[in-house]
Design a protein around this ligand. Sequence first.
Ligand code: PEP
Ligand code: MG
Length: 578
Amino acid sequence: MAKLHSHKFKGIGASSGISIAKVFKLVEQKIEISDEKVKNIDAEVKLFHDGVKKSVKQIEKIKKLATKLAKDELEILDAHILIATDPVLEDDTINLIKQGYSAAYSLKETAKNHTNFLLETGDEYLMARASDIKDASQRIIKNILNLNILDLSTIDTDIIIVADDLKPSDTAQLNEFVKGFATNIGSKTSHSAIMARSLEIPAILGIGNILEKVENGDIIAMNGDLGQGIINPNEQEISEFKIQKENFEREKAKLKEFLYKKSTSFDGKKVVIAANIGSVEDAFAAKKVNADEIGLFRSEFLYMDKQNWPTEDEQFLSYKTVLENLRPKKVIVRTLDIGGDKTLKYFDFSKEMNPFLGYRAIRLSLDKVEIFKTQLRAIVRASEFGNIAIMFPMIATLDEFFAAKAIFEEVYTEIYAKNPRIAKRENIKIGIMIEIPISAILAEKFAEHVDFFSIGTNDLIQYSFAADRMNEKVAYLYQTLNPGLLKLIKMTIDSAHKKGKWVGMCGEMAGDINAIPLLLGLGLDEFSVSASSVLKVKKLISELNYHQMEQVAKKALEFATEKEVIKYLESVNLIRHN
Ligand code: PEP
Ligand code: MG
């Protein structure tokens, strides 16, 4: 029901754009299933069978509606139908019902036994089957209990998603009808923000209580730059948003004049303005804005998008498509950076106290060597089709780098023996992400061994300030202009340059209009930003004088607080408010 009065809200503007659309609440349902005995056994058996039938029908419908589903996604839906109608699962469930348990409880227990058995095998394929059983039985249980089931990929009218938080696995299944996100939790560098920027839709995160304030079907008007929105706007407010939208589109169109301009500062210092991508589609967006190269290909999105570990061939095809389309431009593929907030449907991450400090990224790859090798084989094979570079995420020690590189060399030798047309070994550059403070401090030593650095400020800031990047309550500690952080960046850049290596930045700070003058002055070689920011960054850099910025950066490093740095930047007219 539409509310009578409009209601304003404010949060962190995490992705630009203006949208007006209906609310779609994405709520994770908690399912409580009791083990109390039931009286009418026949009724429970019927409930179970009806639940199965309804689930099969739903899956068939998704298959029909979601025409864009990839082959493996269709296969997985077929697998779900097979599981739902599996006679062993049925027999075991009905046996439990006959002992007096409810249909939902009996299926939950049966599915648990089956999945535990598979998980214990330690076999990758069987473990993935376990996650299919979990998914398929969850659907049947929800149907038995008459709960709503959300299938994001089948949305077919314009909506704005309102949620407590959006998991990367939710965002991976969104389609073109999603016009914006508004969430209780999150900040500029959470992955839902990054995803919104790559989809070029507005996002307002960290609002605190938006989910509780709206109903499905309410209208939201939102401005992702300002981080402001209105629930059920009146006519006048709607026309104001429409005007804002027209202005936004006009500004965007004006940036097109920078498409073929060189990426240089006003006084001619050349830099590289690259794009961050997470999919083949993003690569096309990067091509459209003529990004100089791909500074970060977040390969984990290829994994999150799937129902099972992507095979070597599937990955190879994605990398090959990106490389062929961007050739001769360089594409830096970051090896799997999973863990933290980025989880997989088909892999059981054990519960951790601090997932961002835990089993993720290169730590997982070095532990699950076969998964790592599969990815490296796909990357090395794809090197035949363009200009590829590799970087390892979350490197904390030189030992980790040496271990990862040794595995790469082994894979390279193996593939080269089969296909000498792949890129020459010396043409595949290998770099690391600098996103853990200790590796910035030791950058001088790393620089002797790596080909390049890419500074991941999203994590570097969270680890330097010990402030969770997802938590809006500590967002005040997310200080991009803090002199301490600037020192870590300077250390990294200077150490690399001393050894003749280049340094990029692929964290969100690289697209921050107030940080760019300092980064240019500190000598950053490459700015890697979302495709939607490439032209904006190019325009800004073309207006800055590198030699002046060198002096500005030097001065900024002398201050003690971020506030002082901002005050100083304001005094030299370098702070812009959007
Ligand atoms: C970063 O940490 O800055 C980065 C680019 O990696 P991600 O955001 O994927 O963690
Ligand atoms: Mg990171």
